[in-house]
Design a protein around this ligand. Sequence first.
Ligand SMILES: [Zn+2]
Length: 396
Amino acid sequence: MIQALRCGTLFAGTGAAPIRDAVVVVQDGRIAAAGPAGTTASPPGAAVLDLRDRFVMPGLVDAHSHISLVPGKGDQLGQMREPPVPQALRATANIARDLAAGTTTMRVMAEEHFLDVDVRDAIEAGLVAGPRLLVATRGITASNGHGRALSSFDGVDAIRRGVRENFQRGADHVKLFATGGVSSATTTLNASGYSREEIRAAVEEAERVGKYAAAHAHGGPGLRFAVEEGVSTIEHGALATDDDIALMIDRKAWLICTFAVLFHPTGIEQGDAHRPAIMEKVRWARGVVNANFPRLLASGVRFAAGTDSMHGLMAYELETLVRLGVSPADALLAGTRRGAEACRIDRETGTLEPGKRADVIAIDGDPLADIAAMRRVTLVMKDGVAYNGSARRSEP
Ligand SMILES: [Zn+2]
């Protein structure tokens, strides 16, 4: 089946200027052509999708989320300790929201019960609607570490075994917890959960099979150990210093920004309002991020964006990047091509270029003029299949 998307404005995510009055040709789930309507032929017999009053861009890449969690319900670790069926049901609702809001690829950053593998396979089989998932399976965390729900791994040997088991079950990457976090009451943001040797073991196990490690790290020695020992993506980085960022630039590590869970009123603020130890960390981290990120994001460090389980709120992530001084065009790239690069899926998605998967969204409004237009996603296409705003398959 061939489809021709007639676009009011085409933002291809390649760095080229947006094109007014453009055509994207989709064939067999991939992009066959994309360019100005005057020079890009719609093949005869193509089904034409009229998006002439829409801003068309690549589907969003949520570079850090969890399928089972809803931060606004509070006690995220408790949610992860639940049996698999309630978690799977919650995940089904969550990923539908994500897809409807324009996320066509999502990197999942730790689940219990290998839930993400089964949900990924169910999406690929067409049983449930959701973004394409890249999965971490179990998070690698210390017994006293942040993110510990059911699984924990202490010492080099246990980490090697845990990582190998994760890959055996179908993990795409390693997620390890190198520092404390905001949403757990007993960890501090800059305490290091693991020794340098333990982090190195996780990185080695990933790299030997052609994969990579991502580290939850806010700051302090855990963040530095992670970057120095070869972790590819630093998640959150709320307390990162200028020196940390300089090291990340030097080692080509990515900073994955996750603002919604910290700043949005339905995030940790709603879920853990009754837990003073957590709320104190929320207020403190907000102040540090607001003070430092305008400088850090302008430093040249490569960054992408993730909702960290704030389902359907990629728009808020991109709005926050703009609030912190990033240009709207760079915010859109952070949510598309750069996310794909950070997640190592840029050969498949992240831009609208011939050969890429046909992951396309249409926006009512111009996000380059007003980034809040990203809240108005009116069409989501993944692998050439169109979903409407409520993420149901539209009839051909
Ligand atoms: Zn997370």
